[in-house]
Design a protein around this ligand. Sequence first.
Ligand code: NDP
Length: 196
Amino acid sequence: MISQELTLIVAATGKMGIGRGGTLPWTGLKREMAYFARVTKRASPGVGNTNALIMGRKTWESIPPKFRPLKDRTNIVITRTSGLTAQGGNVTSSVEEAIEAVEKTEVTRAFVIGGAQIYKAALERKETKRILLTRVLSDFECDTFFPLQLDESGKSEGWERKSKEDLDRWVGEQVPEGVQEENGTKYRFEMWEKTE
Ligand code: NDP
């Protein structure tokens, strides 16, 4: 069986800050959130019809109850706490178990959507091939960080930034190019892949 590829999707500041006080450090990035929804809902042409979202228990809890499970996608929540339930989501006890759950279903693409602990565990897995990064260009105070520095230069520890054409092809749309701005916050869409 071909093992399931994992794509991490994250929005991070230049210092790789992703969270503060259990929530996102920024607010009001509606078009950025819409990009996340479109990309994670869109299945590869001709294969399957649902994608999976793998997340840590704290990220699950950071989603307002009325919005979870995130719709039209299989939600998989990772926790060490036995007996924990996540209404509308599938609960697993490790990233490995989450991947096994994904491989057993008809999902097309599997996205790891955070937080820092789950990104860290996923970055250690050979299945992790790609990172869809929203590079937040404005600075925000953060207490939670993505565990890999992805440099502006486009090269970092076994990872490289891909071209706009590669990004468009993989996500299946013309991704807005260049610096975006919403609510005074500037950001840019990027795609990174493992070099080896
Ligand atoms: P996580 O979302 O990674 O959840 C952590 C929990 O996951 C742990 O407490 C534990 O659950 C479970 N867990 C972690 N590792 C394992 C493991 N190896 N095996 C089994 N279970 C495990 O929490 P973080 O605090 O790292 O991240 C949350 C923060 O990140 C929030 O501020 C959130 O807003 C932000 N975030 C930002 C994103 C962005 O793109 N900017 C995306 C996603 C989140 P338990 O305690 O139940 O056992």
